[in-house]
Design a protein around this ligand. Structure first.
Ligand code: ATP
Ligand code: MG
Ligand code: FE
Length: 350
């Protein structure tokens, strides 16, 4: 089954083609393309929803044509269409949803709205050595920080999540305080490379008590206080900024690692999937590598460009579910808030 995947939940227009008849997942990905709106939103220091919707409208059809052309396929050779139905910005979601439904209706093929976080969660399936079920997943993105026990497609149990800001959001806010451009994660990471890890020590929130929930808003306040203090003392030079970036990054990475360790202990599982934008962070990956090596466990990641939003993960998840017989029942779906744990197993796969 050849499935077109469409991602428009936030500020990235992603399109990809996935073929379930190819025997390995990596080979099944026939092509993908991404248009990032980051430069446009950077001017405003964050995503402007109305501008995002308009830009998706402009870029989506040309991207679909490009991906099909590059794969040497016509629209008539598609067997299904998957799109991100949520969670995300409602206007942005509607662009992908209405395009998917319009095309599917015209072509007479099935269409399915899929969950954006299920896409992130299963993005490592597109790699050379995909993780086998069951595994623990750490989802760390711009809008989510969650630990999930994954038994199979559609079998997700939430183990813990952030009670306030997501890890990516905290990176973006820290970046802003440090005078760095949006999106801040990669910029904070770059600045942190020059930083001295010993100069400041930031707290590891909620690690002093049991449980798998996270909180990152206090860390944000801590960062602001440190910056203000240095500023007042006339010591906020480039080195001080780098030292703060380093302390912040260390604190976030450490906190995530501590909770991953607990989740592996609690579930007794040996496989850890890390996905979403913050999974691109090298410091986090180094720390997790040390931690998993110690306990004979293994961490799995998507390739760099599939850590953040992309069409490939949507095409992949959509293809699995469409193949199992799932379809939208008529109207298009755009669900801004949609908990991952409410997903179910496609009936044929039971
Ligand atoms: P969600 O998936 O929760 O709806 P989103 O789609 O906006 O949110 P992603 O596109 O998965 O999130 O990830 C973007 C986030 O990842 C941003 O907050 C960005 O700062 C962060 N990020 C990207 N690269 C890095 C990095 N190297 N280090 C830390 N954070 C990073
Ligand atoms: Mg994004
Ligand atoms: Fe995302």
């Amino acid at each position: 089954m050849r499935v077109l995947g469409i991602e428009t939940s936030c500020d990235e227009t992603g399109v990809a083609l996935y073929d379930t008849s190819v025997n390995d997942n990596q080979g099944g990905l026939l092509g993908d393309a991404l248009y990032s709106q980051v430069a446009m939103h950077a001017e405003y220091g964050g995503v402007v929803p109305e501008l995002a919707s308009r830009d998706h409208t402009r870029k989506l059809l040309p991207l679909i044509t490009q991906v099909l052309d590059e794969a040497g396929l016509s629209r008539q050779e598609l067997d299904g269409i998957a799109y991100t139905a949520g969670p995300g910005l409602v206007g942005a979601l509607m662009v992908g949803a209405s395009t998917a439904h319009g095309m599917a209706r015209a072509l007479g093929i099935p269409v399915l709205g899929v969950h954006h976080m299920e896409g992130h969660l299963l993005a490592p399936m597109l790699e050379d050595e995909p993780p086998a079920f069951p595994f623990v997943a750490l989802l760390v993105s711009g809008g989510h920080t969650q630990l999930v026990e994954v038994q199979g497609l559609g079998r997700y149990q939430l183990l813990g999540e952030s009670v306030d800001d997501a890890a990516g959001e905290a990176f973006d806010k820290a970046a802003k305080m440090l005078g760095l451009a949006y999106p801040g994660g990669p910029q904070v990471a770059r600045l942190a490379e020059q930083g001295d890890p010993k100069r400041f020590r930031f707290p590891r929130p909620m690690t002093d008590r049991p449980g798998l929930d996270f909180s990152f808003s206090g860390l944000k306040t801590h960062t602001l206080t440190a910056i203000r203090r240095l500023e007042a003392d006339g010591e906020l030079d480039q080195q001080a900024r780098a030292d703060i970036a380093r302390a912040f990054e260390e604190a976030v990475a450490d906190t995530l690692v501590i909770k991953c360790r607990r989740a592996l202990d609690q579930t007794g599982l040996k496989r850890l999937v890390v996905a979403g934008g913050v999974s691109a962070n090298q410091r986090l990956r180094e720390r997790l590598a040390q931690e998993t090596a110690k306990r004979n466990a293994r961490a799995f990641y998507p390739r760099g460009r599939f850590c953040t939003d992309n069409g490939a993960m949507i095409a992949y998840v959509g293809a699995q579910r469409l193949l199992a017989g799932e379809r939208d029942a008529g109207t298009m779906l755009a669900i801004p808030r949609w908990p991952l744990e409410t997903l179910t197993v496609p009936s044929k796969a039971l």
